[in-house]
Design a protein. Structure first.
Length: 239
């Protein structure tokens, strides 16, 4: 959230005078753009409605941006046109662009300036580090964090003689072989993605994605994932 956005919202407060009626302050309106879609987008909208019903001082105008990528792109374009929202719900892949822009109000400072006490240690370290400076200052407020899951067909597993769902990639490979041998044309429907196959895999095996503390200690960072266990993982996926 940029400092300019916050000030712009604060200056938007207006009052309306009606003949024969006392002056009544109108709520301060601010725009909140979000990237979540589908059922999760509906949950975001519900939180906005709940916030608006909870008090009369502020009114959040919540606008879905039809996806995270569009949310970031639209916000950058809106900022250049000086028509930006007060709040933006972005995604992890947009973090670097927004942080390096410098056009935001660090959430740690925002809370301190407005007298709001937050126990920052209450966040999971991996989540907290992603959205913080190397000094530990939160640049943005972690709100929801995705976790990859997989679904399996119990009937297909039973037909292939697989008693329990595998918990490792090595176990998955053995299961795939059994599924194929049992007559399944396709053992797995899968969409590889960088956050699952690179970030999550590297995190689980405690191997770096890049040098300089994964880029936190300097912009002269070099990618390292092509030299770690990640190479074997890609070979396994290909096989």
């Amino acid at each position: 959230m940029t400092r300019n956005w916050l000030l712009g919202a604060a200056l938007a407060a207006t009052t309306t005078a009606l003949m024969g009626a006392p002056v009544q302050a109108q709520p301060v309106k601010f725009e909140y753009w979000y990237g979540l879609t589908g059922d999760l987008g509906a949950v975001v909208l519900e939180t906005c409605n709940r916030f608006n019903k909870s008090q009369t001082d502020y009114e959040a105008v919540c606008v879905g941006q039809d996806g995270y990528e569009k949310a970031v792109q639209n916000t950058i374009a809106a900022f250049r046109a000086k028509q930006h929202p007060t709040l933006l719900q972005s995604f992890d892949a947009g973090t670097a662009d927004l942080m390096l822009s410098g056009e935001f109000y660090p959430v740690t400072k925002l809370m301190a300036d407005t007298g709001v006490t937050v126990d920052w240690s209450d966040y999971f370290p991996g989540i907290a580090n992603y959205y913080s400076s190397k000094a530990g200052e939160f640049f943005s407020m972690p709100w929801n964090s995705s976790t990859p899951v997989y679904y399996f067909n119990k009937d297909h597993f039973a037909k292939a003689g697989i008693a329990e769902a595998p918990l490792t990639w090595e176990g998955m490979e053995e299961a795939f072989k059994k599924l194929k041998a049992s007559g399944q044309a396709c053992a797995m429907a899968y969409a590889p993605s960088s956050w699952i196959d690179l970030e999550q895999f590297s995190m689980a095996h405690n191997v770096p994605v890049a040098s300089n503390n994964n880029g936190y200690d300097g912009l002269d960072t070099e990618l390292l994932f092509n030299t770690t266990l990640h190479v074997k993982h890609m070979e396994n996926i290909q096989r």
